[in-house]
Write a protein that binds this ligand. Structure first.
Ligand code: FES
Ligand SMILES: [Fe+2]
Length: 342
């Protein structure tokens, strides 16, 4: 019988720090649609599990990512959010960087033979695009994005993606739960009927088939919304819900593509960033479909927050995982254990 991870793994700061180095920093993370960053100077500044990053489109049309950290005395350069700039000026002492990250000017710095501006450009971060969704990775040795995504690409191939559709909406939900509680939840359909009544009703009976790929790093729910149901009307007949360890998941079908970043913000906090694309349904239906998507995230998060509070309360240490319903949860937890060398 497989048991869950010990409860303290869901709130212990030292576990979180180990995960940061061994799991989060090795992964690719979606940061948003490429089309939002088309014009030269278009930028987006964000924090990714505490790391301040910025993405900016160069005059040469190359999209680059950097640490949002001035090379002088480490001030943040751009405020979190999106915008357009001609160059990147540090708000502290005014160092000026080009859109390519090169240091152009260190005003009033004075002469110092030991100071080479060429050695003080912004520190780069890897950035790649998959089907119109931009990803970043903090590791220099992780595989390229397409290899890292593995089966995700094939699983989504039959469906339209961000590059084919107009972004309809993005939304962010923060919750008081460890990222693993949310992933545990994502990887089983056991809770579907009780937690997501509307979704459960929209699925054809017995139509959910969960399969694992790439040694458990990718898990896909193959779903059928079934003929005349609301799900079929809004999303299309068949679809996939795909999870890629540790923090990327998506929903794809004929009418919808939804990307989600499950971001571990702190040992007991997570941030769910969502981007939704729709096609082939009316404006009114899109509104409804988006509200429904938000509802599902709230429903999941609500369940996870309840679990989190109890994991921290100290009564529960671990529990049994169902051999019928939770084999993918067990695989996920094994990936975490292995990454931490436990
Ligand atoms: S910290 Fe950026 S110019 Fe001083
Ligand atoms: Fe769920």
């Amino acid at each position: 019988m497989t048991r869950t991870l010990p409860s303290h793994w869901y709130h212990d700061a030292s576990i979180h720090n180990q995960e940061k180095d061994k799991i989060f920093k090795q992964a690719w993370w979606p940061v948003g649609p490429e089309r939002a960053l088309v014009a030269a100077g278009a930028y987006c500044a964000l924090k990714l599990f505490g790391h301040p990053l910025l993405l900016v489109r160069g005059r040469d049309q190359t999209l680059r990512a950097f640490h949002n950290v001035c090379r002088h005395r480490a001030s943040p350069l751009l405020q979190e959010g999106t915008g357009t700039c001609g160059a990147i000026r540090c708000p502290y002492h005014g160092w000026l960087y080009g859109l390519d990250g090169k240091l152009q000017k260190a005003p009033l710095f004075g002469d110092d033979d030991g100071f080479d501006p060429n050695e003080h450009g912004l520190l780069p971060v890897r950035v790649e695009n998959w089907r119109g969704l931009v990803f970043v990775c903090l590791s220099e040795i992780s595989p390229d994005l397409l290899s890292w995504l593995g089966s995700v690409d094939t699983l989504c191939a039959p469906f339209p993606g961000p590059e084919d559709l107009e972004l309809y909406k993005s939304f962010e939900i923060q919750g008081s739960a460890n990222w693993k509680a949310y992933c545990d939840n994502t990887l089983e359909g056991y809770h579907l009927n009780l937690v997501h009544p509307r979704l459960a009703q929209a699925l054809a009976k017995g139509s959910v088939e969960i399969k694992s790929y790439d040694e458990g790093r990718v898990v896909a729910f193959h779903v059928n919304y079934g003929g005349q149901s609301e799900g079929a009307r809004l999303r299309g007949n068949e679809g996939v819900w795909v999870y890629r360890f540790p923090g990327f998941q998506l929903t794809a079908s004929a009418n919808v593509f939804k990307g989600e970043r499950i971001e571990p913000a702190a040992p007991n906090r997570l941030r769910s960033m969502n981007w939704l694309w729709y096609q082939g349904i009316s404006e009114e239906q899109v509104e409804d479909a988006c509200a429904w998507s938000e509802l599902v995230v709230h429903e999941d998060l609500g369940a996870c927050e309840g679990v989190q509070a109890n994991l921290e309360a100290g009564v529960y240490t671990d529990g049994p995982l169902s051999p019928l319903q939770e084999t993918h949860v067990a695989r996920f937890q094994e990936l975490v254990r292995r990454a931490l060398g436990a």
